[in-house]
Design a binder for this molecule. Structure first.
Ligand code: IMP
Length: 502
C-alpha cells in the first residue's frame, strides 16, 4: 500500500504570525533583508547574496531583460526564461550585464528627412521628447543631430518641415564616449549646460543617452544587486534537454546564477544536468535545482550539487499541475519540511543550501510567512507580471487595467522542455493557464510598498534579519472563522468594489 503522510497538506493562508516582543531597535530602517542565493560552508560567506529576498520566475510573461534589470536595480534577481532559443536568451542576459545605470538606449529616433509630422506622431507614441536623428533612424545609427521639444513649435512650422532644418547638428553637440562612467557623463552634462548627453562610439554611432534626471535616479537605488565589476546581476533558467549547448552560451553571456526550470525536479535528468555542470565547471558556475516538495527530494538535489533548491509543486497562481496530474503539496507544508531537511543537511555536511519558496505568494505577508517557515527567499511570477516592466501586454478591462500572465505549461508558452521530463515527444496536456492580473505600475514602486510591509511585519516579530526571523518567529494555524475575523467584517464597506489584493 502507498505511504500516507500523517500531516495534511497546508498552505500559507492557513498560518499567521504571532507578534514577538518588539524592542526599540526593531524599526524598519534597521531591518536587513539580505539573503544567501547560493550554498556556502559553515563560517564562510555565500558567493552570491541578494539584497532583497525575492526572485522573479523563469517565465515568458515575467523575466525578460527589462524586468531582470529593474529587479536587480531594486536588489533582487530574475531568472531569464529558457522557453526561447539559446541565442535569444543569451542576448537578454547580455543586455542586463551591459546595462549601465543612467545610460538608456534611445527608443525615439528619426531620420534626417523625417518630418515634423513624423516627430509629433513619435512623441505621442513614446512620450519622449528628445529625439536623436540618426543615419538610418535606428537607436545605433550614425548620429546626425538631436531634436528636442525646445527646437520646434509644431503650430508655427509646416508639418512637412524636415528634421534637417530644425535639429541641432551633431558637430555642435556635446557628446560622451562609451567608456565614460555615469559620474563623468554627469560632469559633462553640467559643464555643457545640456539636459541630455548622447554617447557615441569612435564612428559616431549612437550608443545611448544620459539624461540629467537619471543621475539622481541612480542615487536612489542603494540596494542595487551588482557583481564585482559593478554590473547588474542576472539569473537564467536552463532545462534538462539542451543544457550542454545552453549553459556555455549563458555563461559566456555573463549569467551569474543558473537554475534548472522544472515542475518536477526529483528526477535523474536533473541530477545528470547538475552533475554535468559540476564536472565541466567545478564550483565556478552557480546552479539551483528544483522543484521539490519533500525532504528526500531536497537531499537528492543537494547531494547532486545544487547551489540552492527551489520548493513548490502546484502552488503557482496559473498552475493546474495538481488538477491535471494530482501531483503536488501545499506550499507551507513543502517549505517547512524542506527547511527542516536543509538544517539537517547543514548539521551533517556543514553546507548551507539556501531554499527558495517558489509560487503561491498572494499577499505581501505571505513572503514573511515563507521566510519564517525557513525559506531564504521567494520566487514570484504573478507579482512581477503585474508590473510595467513585465513582457505581457497592458490591457483595459472595464474600469481597470490588467496585464497578461500565462503559465510556462500553457499552450501559449509551449515550454516543451519543462514539461518534457518524462520523455514524451508531444505536448499532450496543459499544466498552466493563460490569465490576466491587475496592473501594478512600476516594479520599483510596487516593490517599495511590499518591502515596507515585510519590514513592518518583521519588526512586529522582533526580527531584524531573515535568520533571526527563522529562529524566533512563532506561527499559529488559523480557522476559517478567524480568517473571516481578520478582514473587515460586519460593516458595510464604503467602496463598492472591495479590493481583493491589498
Ligand atoms: P505565482 O507567483 O503564484 O504566479 O507562481 C509562479 C510559479 O509558478 C513559477 O515560478 C513556476 O514555478 C510556476 N509555474 C510557472 N508556469 C507554470 C505552469 O504553467 N504550470 C505550473 N506551474 C507553473
Amino acid at each position: 500500500m502507498a505511504y500516507i503522510f500523517d500531516d495534511t497538506s497546508r498552505t500559507f493562508g492557513e498560518f499567521q504570525l504571532l507578534p514577538n516582543l518588539t524592542g526599540k531597535r526593531h524599526i524598519p530602517e534597521n531591518v536587513n533583508l539580505a539573503a544567501p542565493l547560493v550554498k556556502f560552508r559553515e563560517g564562510e560567506e555565500p558567493a552570491v547574496q541578494i539584497n532583497l529576498p525575492v526572485a522573479a520566475s523563469a517565465m515568458q510573461a515575467v523575466s525578460d531583460d527589462r524586468l531582470a534589470t529593474a529587479l536587480a536595480r531594486a536588489g533582487g534577481i530574475a531568472f531569464i526564461y529558457c522557453s526561447q532559443a539559446i541565442e535569444a536568451q543569451a542576448e537578454m542576459v547580455r543586455k542586463v550585464k551591459n546595462y549601465k545605470s543612467g545610460f538608456v538606449v534611445s527608443d525615439s529616433n528619426l531620420k534626417i528627412d523625417s518630418t515634423v509630422r513624423d516627430m509629433i506622431a513619435l512623441v505621442r507614441r513614446t512620450g519622449h521628447s528628445t529625439i536623436p536623428i540618426t543615419s538610418d533612424g535606428s537607436p545605433n545609427g550614425r548620429l546626425l543631430g538631436i531634436v528636442t521639444d525646445r527646437d520646434c513649435r509644431p503650430d508655427k512650422v509646416s508639418p512637412e518641415t524636415p528634421m534637417a532644418e530644425i535639429m541641432t547638428p551633431a558637430p555642435i553637440l556635446a557628446t560622451g564616449h562609451p567608456r565614460m562612467d555615469l559620474s563623468a557623463a554627469n560632469d559633462a552634462i553640467w559643464k555643457n549646460k545640456v539636459n541630455c548627453l548622447p554617447i557615441v562610439d569612435e564612428d559616431f554611432r549612437l550608443v545611448s543617452l544620459v539624461f540629467r534626471k537619471d543621475y539622481d535616479d541612480h542615487k536612489r537605488n542603494p540596494n542595487e544587486l551588482v557583481d564585482a565589476q559593478k554590473r547588474l546581476r542576472a539569473g537564467a533558467a536552463i532545462n534538462t534537454h539542451d543544457y550542454k549547448d545552453r549553459v556555455p552560451a549563458l555563461i559566456e553571456a555573463g549569467a551569474d546564477v543558473l537554475c534548472v526550470d522544472s515542475s518536477d525536479g526529483y528526477s535523474e535528468w536533473q541530477r545528470e544536468t547538475l552533475q554535468w555542470i559540476r564536472e565541466k565547471y567545478g564550483d565556478s558556475v552557480n546552479i539551483g535545482g528544483g522543484n521539490v516538495v519533500d525532504a528526500q527530494a531536497f537531499r537528492y538535489l543537494a547531494d547532486s550539487g545544487a547551489d540552492f533548491v527551489k520548493v513548490g509543486v502546484g502552488p503557482g497562481s496559473i498552475c493546474i499541475t495538481r488538477e491535471q496530474k494530482g501531483i503536488g503539496r501545499g506550499q507551507a507544508s513543502a517549505v517547512i519540511e524542506c527547511a527542516l531537511e536543509r538544517d539537517k543537511y547543514f548539521a551533517d555536511a556543514g553546507v548551507y543550501v539556501p531554499l527558495c519558496s517558489d509560487g503561491g505568494i498572494v499577499y505581501d505577508y505571505n513572503i514573511v510567512l515563507a521566510l519564517a517557515m525557513g525559506a531564504d527567499f521567494v520566487m514570484m511570477g504573478r507579482y512581477f507580471a503585474r508590473c510595467d516592466e513585465a513582457p505581457g501586454k497592458k490591457i483595459r478591462m472595464g474600469t481597470t487595467m490588467v496585464k497578461e500572465y500565462w503559465g510556462e505549461g500553457s499552450s501559449r508558452a509551449r515550454n516543451w522542455q519543462r514539461y518534457h521530463e518524462a520523455g514524451e515527444d508531444h505536448f499532450s496536456f496543459e499544466e498552466g493557464v493563460e490569465s490576466y492580473v491587475p496592473y501594478a505600475g512600476k516594479l520599483e514602486d510596487a516593490l517599495a510598498i511590499t518591502v515596507s510591509k515585510v519590514k513592518a511585519t518583521m519588526c512586529s516579530c522582533g526580527a531584524l534579519t531573515i535568520r533571526e526571523l527563522q529562529k524566533t518567529a512563532r506561527l499559529v494555524r488559523v480557522s476559517g472563522l478567524s480568517i473571516r475575523e481578520g478582514g473587515a467584517h460586519d460593516v458595510i464597506p464604503r467602496d463598492e468594489e472591495y479590493p481583493t489584493y491589498k
